[in-house]
Design a protein around this ligand. Structure first.
Ligand SMILES: [Zn+2]
Length: 441
């Protein structure tokens, strides 16, 4: 077996492997085009065994063993591509067989986007600089690094943030028109064993937009709870339709108009950082909710209900155990943001204020609403709905290493600051949830 026993610069000229696009993807096909065919390498490939040696000054060094031969491999990101060196003496080909085998192993094991981690100020460099924030895993394919889950979406390292079209979200209408106010406030249920209720239908996995359907059910003795639901749309049928007040009959018309629209729309206003559908469609949805919210806030019985399929509405009865009693509020949440300095990184979070009070542990996974302790609040504007849903899809927090802060400030913080207040905090415990794992490099 031939071995190189000391770390030294290789004898052959470095090879440059170019990436497919600015996301630094390198596919097996790209690799074959740049190395296999042009270099005339053998079609039968022997898996390379890669052993991590060191990472320093942007250079990843690995011991590359293939077909009982062992060489030193080094990988460095350069402006024109990935610079790869091998200390073999084969200068007859642009890319030697050892490099080809090693890159195949890296792509096959860690994926086509692995090399992006080798960028200056990328995940590999930060993993050695801020060891408490990353996990490092050595294997027979070398070394992989990943951000600890506690940090969630990390700016510049997480593509979910990079591809975002923030300006499209921030340019959505921000006006906060007042909800339609009804004059009647008669409660249902008094004097009868049955009562009218409203179900906030939330489709399973957000397949389409939520909507409200009227329903009837049997009340408990104290008339404080629906203890058994009749059919989904039973409130519209005899003998229960007589329980409806005039205001509820009016409310039901708006519910149905909204249902018809909601069923045709994607469940998420924002997907992969992009606004889905036309703006006027979402304005129509929001206006429907504005017309509904006041009357819904006056209803005695409202429930959130998770629905798997729409056809269940026509043939099934609501299951009591899948219904959660909720209160609909006419208070309008105020959206703001916070930026907390945690030492080596910042964390950017959403803040929701109701009547001057900062809410904790709220949900924003359905478009247009914030729910907090079983109370449902309608957001004030389409822009608020979009920006909250975008943050919700990033688990509500963006982590920014200080090395990336200037880029974050330019691309995200400054545009958001033009429309929303951002409060800054400093924590005295930068690593309160982070700890070093046994065996970490
Ligand atoms: Zn070689």
């Amino acid at each position: 077996m031939k071995t190189s026993t000391k770390i030294e610069e290789p004898t052959r000229q470095p090879s440059i492997i170019r990436f497919r696009d600015d996301q630094y993807l390198l596919t097996m096909e790209d690799l074959r085009e740049q190395t296999g065919h042009k270099a005339g390498l053998p079609l039968v490939w022997c898996p390379a065994i890669l052993q991590f040696i060191s990472y320093q000054d942007g250079k990843l060094r690995l011991r590359n063993t293939c077909k009982q031969e062992s060489y030193l491999l080094s990988l460095t990101m350069k402006p024109d591509g990935l610079q790869v060196t091998c200390d073999c003496s084969d200068n007859s080909k642009p890319v030697c067989y050892h490099i080809y085998g090693a890159l195949r192993t890296l792509i096959g094991t860690f994926g086509e986007s692995y090399f992006k981690k080798l960028l200056p100020e990328g995940a590999m460099e930060l993993a050695f600089k801020h060891r408490f924030c990353f996990d490092k895993r050595e294997s027979s394919a070398g070394l992989d690094v990943s951000v600890r889950e506690e940090l969630q979406a990390v700016f510049w390292l997480d593509n979910r943030i990079v591809v975002t079209d923030l300006s499209a979200m921030l340019n959505l209408p921000a006006e906060s028109s007042k909800p339609k106010i009804f004059t009647q406030s008669k409660k249902t249920g008094s004097g009868s064993e049955d009562g009218i209720c409203y179900l906030w239908i939330v489709p399973y996995r957000n397949r389409f937009q939520p909507f409200m359907v009227p329903c009837a059910g049997k009340l408990n003795k104290a008339q404080t709870e629906i203890k058994q639901f009749y059919g989904f749309l039973s409130a519209l049928q005899q003998p229960y339709d007589g329980l409806l007040t005039e205001a509820q009959q009016e409310l039901n018309k708006t519910c149905f108009a909204h249902w018809q629209l909601a069923e045709t729309l994607p469940g998420r206003l924002i997907k992969a950082g992009l606004v889905q559908c036309q703006t006027h469609t979402w304005i129509e949805v929001l206006n429907h909710w504005r017309d509904l919210i006041d009357q819904l806030s006056r209803q005695a019985f409202v429930y959130a209900y998770f629905l798997h399929r729409v056809d269940q509405l026509k043939k099934d009865k609501p299951h009591k155990q899948r219904a959660t009693r909720i209160i609909v509020s006419t208070d309008v949440p105020v959206v703001a943001f916070s930026l907390t300095d945690k030492g080596v990184y910042y964390q950017f979070r959403t803040e929701i204020w109701i009547n001057g009070e900062l809410m904790q542990e709220y949900e924003t996974d359905t478009s247009f609403f914030v729910s907090h302790k079983n109370t449902l609040y309608l957001l004030g504007s389409l822009r608020d709905a979009a920006i909250l849903q975008w943050m919700d899809q990033l688990d509500g927090v963006i982590t920014i290493f200080k090395e990336h802060f200037a880029a974050f400030e330019q691309t995200i913080l400054a545009p958001i600051r033009q429309h929303y207040p951002i409060t800054t905090y400093k924590t005295s415990k930068p690593h309160e949830t982070l700890y070093d794992l046994p065996g970490s490099i």
